[in-house]
Ligand binder design. Structure first.
Ligand code: HEC
Length: 123
């Protein structure tokens, strides 16, 4: 009996695990790929995250996705680094964001610093 139960248990565990990851990927694109389980948030990324959370609120946070961009998940910030740079750092290659006016030069420098450091969660 044990011989049957153990492999069956293993199969069920694998099935549950893959189901979980499938769903997470659907809700948060790239959430599985931007950081490892032991990775810690980098200082540069943390600065950018703070800017996004204060300056993109109302349109791209709390479920908002103006223009198709939502930054609720940290990995979506990592994934869209090029779009964030293009819309927030001069010279703009996309529509300037936030819509109310440009970020301060200090904020733009912090985004550039993160991009130049490698634009990862750990940078
Ligand atoms: C008041 C609402 C508002 C705020 C605040 C805002 N956005 Fe947007 N954003 C929009 C809208 C609306 C669009 C779509 C523009 C369009 O399609 O004409 C957009 C589009 C974008 C795009 C796509 C631009 C393009 O040319 O395709 C990016 C990237 C973006 N926003 C990033 C940001 C970032 C990063 C912040 C914060 C620093 C921010 N936005 C703040 C409303 C906002």
């Amino acid at each position: 009996m044990k011989k049957i139960i153990l492999p069956a248990f293993a199969l069920v565990s694998i099935a549950i695990a893959s189901c979980y990851y499938d769903k997470e990927e659907l809700i948060y694109p790239n959430s599985g790929s931007c950081k490892g389980p032991t990775d810690t948030m980098g200082v540069n990324f943390s600065n950018v995250r703070t800017i996004i959370r204060s300056k993109c609120d109302g349109c791209h946070l709390s479920g908002g996705s103006s223009g198709g961009f939502n930054f609720d998940n940290d990995c979506s910030i990592v994934y869209y680094w090029n779009e964030i740079k293009g819309s927030c750092v001069q010279p703009y290659s996309l529509r300037q964001m936030p819509t109310s006016g440009p970020l301060s030069s200090s904020e733009q420098s912090q985004i550039s610093a993160w991009v130049n450091a490698g634009h990862r969660y750990t940078d």
